[in-house]
Every structure is written in structure tokens, then in C-alpha cells.
Design a binder for this molecule. Structure first.
Ligand SMILES: C[S@@+](CC[C@H](N)C(=O)[O-])C[C@H]1O[C@@H](n2cnc3c(N)ncnc32)[C@H](O)[C@@H]1O
Length: 204
């Protein structure tokens, strides 16, 4: 099954709070975003936003230039429906981040929680990093969260890579300056925990 078919099936068959990555609010992401780009006009893309409430919370804090991208139409539909009229304030993209044509030098901040670690080939990871380098403005902010060194080996039935700050930063390369990193224990809806790594970089 290809990646899109996999994610469409997941979101068509599971409730938003019945997936291991569900969290009512992505507090760590929100805190980093508010610190990195305090201006509410900042152009923000949430890559692989899925059905997460990050977009609701960013809108609630007054951000007014948000793009949510996901490979799954089903996930985007659920999120739009949840937001109601507020969905009209958001740019929506249903696309694979490794091959979509994003506008160059557009985003002040790139956010990804739990997408990059699914990219299993060098080609996919290189394409992803190229997208960041192309579409984020010089001096822009990149927040990427993956499973940490003690995180799971699989998620949603798919194999994932685990990273520490050094190995994740290495994937991005010298053009990215690592500002800070941290780990977090995520409590899944199934009363298990998963170690996540958060890396915050700036593009030179
Ligand atoms: C583990 S979920 C995380 C969702 C959300 N970021 C969160 O933290 O709740 C991974 C998400 O990435 C999306 N995804 C997977 N591969 C993708 C790709 N190549 N391009 C865009 N989205 C992708 C999936 O549809 C799914 O919504």
C-alpha cells in the first residue's frame, strides 16, 4: 500500500483521539512557535498537520497566516469540519511533502510533528530538506519533532527512524543552525509513553 492510501485508510477508520500520536493540545509546539514568531502575521506551515488541534490553537492565539498540509484528504476534511467557519482563514494543501511545489521563500516558520521520521529513503529525506530550504525565508524558523533515541520503532504500523538532536540536525545540514532541542514523553491514548525529540533550527 502506498503512503497516501495508508494515511487515508487510517483517518477514515479511526477517531481523532484513537491514534497513538493524539494529544488534546500540542503545548510544546505552541510554546516554541510563540517564542520563535511572536508576530501574529507570521507565515506558518504545519506539515503533516493531520487532525491535530495545533491549527485551532494557533488561530485562537491570533495567528492569521497559517497553512496546513497533509497527504490525507480525510484528515484535512476532519480538521476543516472541526474548525467550521474559521477554516476559511487557513490555507489547506493536500499533498505529499516530498514532491509538492511550494511557493519559494514563503514561510517564516515550518512545523512538523511526527512526519519526518516516516521518511525511510535518502531520496525522501533529501527532497524534504530541499523543500524547507526552498520555501522557508532566510532567517526563518524550523521546528521538527520526531521520535527520540528511546522512541518506538514503528508508528501506525510503519517503520520509523529515531533521532537525537545531532543526527536530526545532520539530516538538515550546515545551512541550518540548531538553536535548541529537548525530549518529551508523550502519553498515548493507550496509556503508554513515547519519547519525542523536538529540534528548533534557524535557516541561515
Ligand atoms: C503521526 S501523524 C502526526 C499528525 C500531527 N502532526 C500530530 O502531531 O498530531 C503523521 C502525519 O503525517 C502525514 N503524512 C505522512 N507522510 C506524509 C507526507 N509524505 N507528506 C505529507 N504528509 C504526510 C499523515 O497523513 C499524518 O497526518
Amino acid at each position: 500500500m502506498d503512503s497516501k492510501a495508508h494515511w487515508e485508510r487510517v483517518y477514515r477508520t479511526k477517531a481523532p483521539d484513537a491514534v497513538s500520536w493524539y494529544r488534546q493540545h500540542l503545548e510544546t509546539s505552541l510554546a516554541l512557535i510563540e517564542r520563535a514568531v511572536p508576530a501574529r502575521s507570521a507565515s506558518i506551515i504545519d506539515v503533516g498537520g493531520g487532525e491535530s488541534t495545533l491549527v485551532d490553537d494557533m488561530l485562537g492565539r491570533g495567528y492569521n497566516n497559517i497553512t496546513v498540509l497533509d497527504i490525507s484528504q480525510a484528515a484535512i476534511d476532519v480538521t476543516k469540519h472541526r474548525l467550521g467557519l474559521a477554516a476559511e482563514q487557513v490555507h489547506w494543501l493536500v499533498a505529499d511533502i516530498t514532491n509538492v511545489e511550494l511557493e519559494p521563500l514563503t514561510y517564516d516558520l515550518w512545523h512538523d510533528r511526527a512526519v519526518f521520521h516516516f521518511l525511510s529513503t535518502v531520496e525522501q529525506r533529501t527532497a524534504y530538506v530541499r523543500q524547507v530550504a526552498r520555501s522557508v525565508k532566510p532567517g526563518g524558523h524550523i521546528i521538527v519533532s520526531t521520535f527520540g533515541p528511546e522512541g518506538p520503532l514503528k508508528c501506525s504500523g510503519l517503520e520509523v527512524a529515531r533521532y537525537d538532536a545531532e543526527s536530526l540536525h545532520r539530516e538538515f545540514g550546515a545551512g541550518f543552525h540548531l538553536v535548541e532541542s529537548s525530549t518529551e514523553l508523550h502519553e498515548t491514548p493507550f496509556e503508554t509513553t513515547q519519547q519525542f525529540l523536538y529540534c528548533y533550527c534557524r535557516i541561515e
